[in-house]
Design a protein around this ligand. Structure first.
Ligand SMILES: [Fe+2]
Length: 258
């Protein structure tokens, strides 16, 4: 099958600029990713085209799966010690607090992450772009929040990677996060980004959240108090599961591969 002809970045930039302009004129704050954000090509095929059928959650959906200390080993929060050798790249810690919309800590709940390695490569058969797989890095971890809602991971800073949305398309470096709250309706699947990434303006997934303040909530802060002497750089990223300041979800728009 012939390779599809991919649009140049300039075309995608123009589409994104037009949508941003229309959004700014509309004057309505829109904090969630758009389901059918045309510059993000596959988003058009990944959302319902008819109105959702509203239903009250059944009783079982009011409770999330419950994971305890016997299910999750503390070592699973360190993605740099899963193999016999040291992974390549910038060792980093990311930590933050998970709260609900009222600022209450979400305690003892499961946080999962998955990510590319320092070269931007996933350990996944669909990722075949020519960057090296690191035999000492799988890119998957999980932990439970503590009694005050804190999570903490030690990992390797992921690299940006190309994808086939358009010609010369590159994703900003990111870590995928899933947070279980205390009920299924609180679950959040999203992506955390790194401050100052030059690819932000070019990325249709990041920009499918059209409100700039909402986008900014997906960007971690560099935190020198988290950085440790001669060991790891540190980033802080807090997550709000419900309420008007909630962290954006991608449940309806993203299959998690990107
Ligand atoms: Fe990704």
């Amino acid at each position: 099958m012939p390779e599809p002809v991919l649009a140049p970045q300039a075309d995608v930039d123009a589409e994104m600029a037009a949508i941003t302009g229309a959004y700014e004129q509309a004057g309505v704050v829109e904090t969630q990713p758009r389901r059918d954000y045309a510059p993000y090509r596959s988003s058009l095929l990944r959302h319902p085209t008819k109105s959702l059928h509203h239903a009250d959650p059944e009783t079982i959906e009011l409770w999330a799966p419950c994971f305890g200390p016997t299910d999750v080993d503390p070592l699973e929060a360190d993605l740099t010690v899963q193999h016999t050798g040291e992974p390549i790249g910038e060792r980093m810690v990311v930590t933050g607090r998970v709260t609900d919309g009222e600022g209450r800590p979400v305690r003892h709940q499961l946080v999962e992450i998955w990510q590319a390695n320092a070269g931007g490569r996933y350990v996944h058969k669909r990722d075949q772009h020519p960057a090296a797989v690191d035999p000492n890095f799988t890119g998957v971890g999980r932990c439970l929040t503590d009694g005050d809602g804190w999570y903490r991971f030690t990992t390797i800073k992921p690299g940006p990677y190309p994808w086939k949305n358009h010609r010369n398309a590159w994703r900003p470096a990111h870590i995928h996060f899933s947070m279980f709250g205390t009920e299924f309706t609180q679950r959040v699947v999203t992506q955390m980004y790194f401050p100052g990434d030059p690819l932000f303006a070019l990325d249709p997934i990041f920009r499918s959240i059209v409100d700039p303040a909402a986008r900014a909530r997906l960007v971690a802060s560099y935190d020198h108090d988290v950085t440790t002497h001669e060991w790891a750089t540190g980033y802080r990223w807090d997550i709000v599961l419900t309420g008007s300041n909630r962290t954006l979800t991608e449940t309806d728009t993203e299959d998690g591969d990107h």
